[in-house]
Ligand binder design. Structure first.
Ligand SMILES: O=P(O)(O)OP(=O)(O)OP(=O)(O)OC[C@H]1O[C@@H](n2cnc3c(O)ncnc32)[C@H](O)[C@@H]1O
Ligand SMILES: [Mg+2]
Length: 208
């Protein structure tokens, strides 16, 4: 039975998913996560750089809308990645608006926004959102990583240099992608996405 299923799995063409992002760093981290998983046997994941409208609101709301938008652009199921960075002293900010801060301020300037606050803790959040068709209900996979906002150290990849994960002496900017992915918000969201996609592939093999 098991060998019948594995030969059926081998004969099925891979399920195509388009990962829509214009951010090279996200793509590289995703590819690194994929390399370490079995998903490549069942899925063919391609990338398209399409600039999607991002509404204002809570991160879940933004991701939900962003993936629905993405699904209108291609004929395959789609995946998007939406990241946010929260300063606990700022009660939910910058959150999903961190991109506007990064576009206009240096890492040092973003760090010094917290000068007046003793509490420098915060957390990074990542949402992978998956949607089959523009009519389908999106699935959201959310990962979080607690940490501290510090004076910038390491490579300038988004806000990586100013985020030091809890329990570590180095910032994300000082870590290799592989090391970051093991503990990051993205790595945690990926674990959930992976379980979902594996279950989907296994149902297909069983003909369910
Ligand atoms: O095309 P998309 O996928 O939307 O890519 P983006 O760069 O616009 O990304 P977001 O809308 O999710 O905005 C998140 C911002 O946070 C940055 N970012 C995302 N993930 C990060 C991570 O793991 N470490 C550091 N910075 C990150 C990213 O460069 C953006 O400036
Ligand atoms: Mg964006």
């Amino acid at each position: 039975m098991e060998s019948q299923q594995s030969s059926l799995a081998a004969s099925l063409s891979p399920i195509e998913i388009t990962f829509i992002t214009g951010n090279k760093g996200k793509l590289e981290e995703f590819q690194q996560l994929l390399e370490g998983s079995e998903l490549a046997t069942h899925y063919k994941i391609t990338n398209k750089d399409i600039s999607l409208d991002e509404l204002q609101g809570a991160a879940e709301f933004i991701a939900h809308h962003k993936v629905k938008e993405a699904a209108k652009h291609v004929s395959t199921p789609v995946l998007i990645d939406d990241g946010s960075l929260y300063f606990n002293a700022f009660n939910g900010l910058p959150g999903p608006y961190i991109k506007c801060f990064l576009d206009r301020l240096s890492s040092e300037e973003i760090y010094s926004l917290l000068d007046a606050y003793e509490d420098k803790t915060g957390y990074a959040q990542l949402i992978y959102a998956y949607c089959e068709t523009p009519e389908s209900e999106p699935q959201l996979f959310i990962g979080r990583c607690e940490g501290t906002i510090v004076a910038p150290r390491g490579e300038k990849r988004g806000w990586d240099p100013i985020f030091q994960p809890k329990g570590y002496e180095t910032t994300f900017g000082e870590m290799k992608y592989e090391e970051k992915n093991k503990i990051s918000h993205r790595g945690k969201a990926f674990e959930q996405l992976k379980a979902f996609l594996e279950a989907k592939a296994s149902k297909r093999v069983k003909g369910e």
